[in-house]
Design a protein around this ligand. Structure first.
Ligand SMILES: [Zn+2]
Ligand SMILES: [Zn+2]
Length: 335
């Protein structure tokens, strides 16, 4: 029996390729928690007075966020939000309700909402309309944009000072490389942990799992006995092919030289630090003529209004009723 390289007492069960260590369950879990805590401290992501909205889906990364944050920040200052996209077979009501139980056990309330509540159609319905009009827009574009919008408007209405998402290292390195290969410095800056807020309508976003590998989040959840949803999103194959290629390429690089992704993101974060400081002098973003939310420089409509208008829909800002913890839009959504 191989012993853990850290405690030298318990049996090693996890091989952590990027450090070359074999770890027992407990030391592995501690290692992930420490890395998340260090990320929060290094970039000063949280101040003692902050209140934080945790954006959680039914997946493994969300579980890690929900499990670690109450140990880093007082649970009374946390509230979680789950968004039901309305994708047949995915993020089912029982997965979301299970998440609510996990949150409750950790002293955190979970607010549930759905895309349908705010748009009048669920994601499946939006995609059907889009196809019907011959638009070549992927489901991920609607889903990602609407999720970000909902997280931000709920955060504002709930009066929290930060939102935390469960993006892991793999997600972040893929996005960073896409931004570099597209030659888009504005997006590189926006992705930085210390990115400036270009509108007071944006609640600051933090990503505490930024330096945790996807496989580590999966292993953490597994070791903690979390049964994550096994059904894949039916739109998985619509993921932009550029991202899929980068993901594939990174996977091979990481296998050839473990730790590549971690070192790459750490170096890029360090290098873009001064760009981020310079961006603090930029003027505030203009607001969308239709919904009043911030939009990019030089635009009249925001991306969400544009996407929705093209399929004959309108975004409705969350109401007070939707903000209560006990409000439950699970009934009546596709399962
Ligand atoms: Zn150990
Ligand atoms: Zn708008």
């Amino acid at each position: 029996m191989a012993r853990c390289d850290v405690c030298r007492a318990r049996e090693a069960r996890v091989y952590q390729a990027h450090t070359g260590r074999r770890l027992c369950d407990r030391c592995f879990i501690e290692d992930i928690k420490n890395r998340i805590r260090e990320t929060v401290e290094r970039f000063k992501l949280l101040e003692p007075g902050d209140t934080v909205l945790l954006a959680v889906s039914g997946g493994k990364d969300s579980f890690v966020l929900l499990d670690t944050m109450p140990e880093i920040h007082p649970p009374s200052k946390l509230v979680a939000l789950s968004i039901i996209e309305g994708i047949p077979g995915y993020n089912k009501p029982q997965d979301i309700l299970k998440m609510r139980e996990y949150a409750k056990e950790r002293g955190v309330d979970l607010v549930i909402t759905s895309i349908k509540e705010h748009v009048g159609e669920d994601l499946h319905g939006i995609v059907k309309r889009s196809r019907g009009r011959g638009l070549a827009i992927s489901a991920c574009t609607y889903c990602g944009g609407l999720r970000r919008r909902l997280i931000n408007t709920y955060a504002r209405q709930l009066g929290v000072t930060k939102t935390a998402t469960a993006h892991n290292l793999d997600d972040e390195v893929q996005t960073m490389l896409m931004n570099i290969l597209r030659g888009d410095p504005a997006r590189i800056i926006r992705q930085h942990p210390r990115a400036p807020r270009l509108s007071d309508k944006f609640v600051q976003r933090i990503k505490p799992l930024r330096y945790v590998y996807e496989w580590e989040a999966a292993m953490y959840s597994y070791l903690k006995g979390f049964k994550f949803q096994e059904t894949e999103c039916m739109f998985i194959n619509e993921q932009p092919t550029f991202r899929a290629r980068i993901r594939h390429w990174l996977f091979h690089l990481e296998r050839y030289r473990p730790g590549t992704m971690l070192r790459m993101l750490q170096a890029l974060d360090e290098m873009s630090r001064h760009l981020v400081e310079e961006a603090e002098g930029l003027p505030p973003l203009p607001t969308c003529k239709a919904c009043g939310e911030p939009t990019s420089y030089g635009r009249e409509l925001c991306k969400i209004c544009e996407l929705l208008q093209d399929v004959g829909l309108v975004y409705k800002t969350p109401t007070a009723k939707a903000l209560t913890v006990h409000h439950n839009p699970v009934q009546g959504t596709s399962s």
